[in-house]
Design a binder for this molecule. Structure first.
Ligand code: FES
Length: 199
């Protein structure tokens, strides 16, 4: 376990080499990169990205791109939301009190780390060395996960696990929760990623 701060350059998801030394890391990272098609809009430095979430069903995740990074949008089920409150003892930073300005905007400093309880928005980059964690939404025992797993994300590179609010579990290599990027709702079904100050 390490509490060494990771500078921002090391957190870029493009540094797949950060995973290269880990068994299974490359196999997981490569398919993700090869299917990732950056939009023209997102290529513009710092441009906020509008995302239509109207087709996103409970239990599903979609990925947008912002500043060259994958941004996950998950519509959590009522069961997934209910499970969050029982996990605090197992989490390293359940209330997102570490580096809140860097990882958790004020409007996401709540249990679900979100504006709307059901919609979770996070940068899909592990806070350890920058791999992209895998979806592990199915509860229960499975490889690399505990028997009481409630659903969340598993980083294949060094085994960090995160709950459905991107909160990192204790005693894992990742030092922080997943980053919640600046975002806001333009309407019920349209999100703006990368800007939270427009009207
Ligand atoms: S990059 Fe090491 S656990 Fe995620």
């Amino acid at each position: 376990m390490s509490d060494t701060p990771i500078d921002s350059s090391k957190r870029t998801w493009l540094i797949a080499s950060g995973c290269a030394g880990a068994v299974g890391g490359v196999a997981t990272a490569v398919p993700f990169v090869s299917t990732f098609q950056p939009s023209e809009k997102a290529k513009a430095a710092g441009a906020a990205v509008e995302v239509d979430i109207s087709a996103l069903k409970p239990g599903e995740k979609m990925t947008a791109e912002w500043r060259g990074k994958p941004v996950w949008i998950v519509r959590r089920t009522p069961e997934q939301l209910a499970d969050l409150s029982g996990l605090n003892d197992q989490l390293a930073d359940p209330k997102s009190e570490r580096k809140p300005d860097e990882f958790t905007p004020a409007y996401a400093r709540n249990e679900g780390r979100s504006i709307k309880p059901e919609i979770f928005v996070a940068v899909g980059i592990c806070t350890h060395l920058g791999c992209s964690p895998s979806d592990k939404f199915t509860p229960g025992a499975q490889p690399s996960l505990p028997a009481d797993w409630k659903g969340g994300f598993l980083c294949p590179c060094h085994g960090s696990t995160f709950d459905m609010a991107g909160r990192v579990f204790k005693n894992k290599p990742a030092p922080d929760n997943l980053e919640v990027p600046p975002h806001m709702y333009l309407s019920e079904t349209k999100l703006l990623i990368g800007d939270d100050k427009k009207a």
